[in-house]
Design a protein around this ligand. Structure first.
Ligand code: CA
Length: 229
């Protein structure tokens, strides 16, 4: 369950927000002033999002926001501003808030904004898992050793997979046939350089639209090959 810090000094609004978050599957953590909010954040490093009221008895919500960002935290921050504080939207976003909700807000409005920000933060983190390498229309998954082109799975031999991995990890780098042979077949392999050419030719049949005019796996004349995308 995602933890959400709710900083709001008015008990009525706070409990209204807390109840709605809970109803939507979040775990709210309450704070009634700025300093408590900062202490709560320190105590709960797994808080993923904060709702910050602006007018507070001690330090204001913008200051809390500034201090959160100054600590290097990348949690989602939504400012809760009053209608009369139109200018606050600008100030809030400038101090590092991701979004703002104007009071009075409906439960549906608040949860929609929270859900949207949680999704956005989640997709940023999951943007590129470490086991995926993407390049143009290609997506190489090093965990299950598969290759997709335009979301369609291509059947590769293990050698072809290793070639793709080598090229996609070194985009734009011209690699000699000797280097390729060593990297894919290993130091002990005593085969000929022609082995590289033969396998590249077969790989091109699978990944290129026109293998005679390769667009991705290009030839560096007199030297070797390059992932040209
Ligand atoms: Ca207030």
């Amino acid at each position: 369950m995602k933890k959400i810090l709710v900083l709001e000094d008015e008990p009525n609004i706070r409990s209204f927000v807390v109840i709605n978050l809970r109803r939507n599957g979040y775990e709210p953590i309450e704070a009634e002033n700025g300093m408590t909010a900062l202490a709560m954040l320190e105590k709960n490093p797994d808080i993923s999002l904060a709702l910050l009221d602006v007018m507070l008895p001690d330090i204001d919500g913008f200051e809390v926001c500034r201090r959160i960002r100054a600590s290097g935290s990348k949690i989602g921050i939504i400012m809760l501003t009053a209608k009369s504080q139109e200018i606050d939207k600008v100030t809030g976003l400038m101090t590092g808030a991701d979004d703002y909700v104007t009071k009075p807000f409906s439960p549906a409005e608040l949860t929609a904004r929270v859900d949207a920000l949680v999704r956005r933060l989640g997709s940023d983190a999951a943007d590129k898992p470490s086991y995926e390498i993407s390049s143009g229309p290609f997506l190489l998954n090093t965990r299950n050793r598969t290759l997709e082109k335009d979301c369609k799975r291509l059947k590769l031999t293990q050698i072809e997979y290793l070639l793709m991995k080598l090229f996609m990890e070194n985009p734009g780098r011209a690699m000699s046939r000797e280097d390729i042979l060593k990297a894919v077949w290993g130091d002990d392999f005593s085969g000929e350089l022609k082995t590289v050419d033969v396998n590249i030719r077969r790989l091109r049949l699978k990944i290129e639209a026109d293998p005679t005019e390769p667009e991705f796996l290009t030839t560096v004349w007199g030297f070797g090959y390059k992932w040209g995308y």
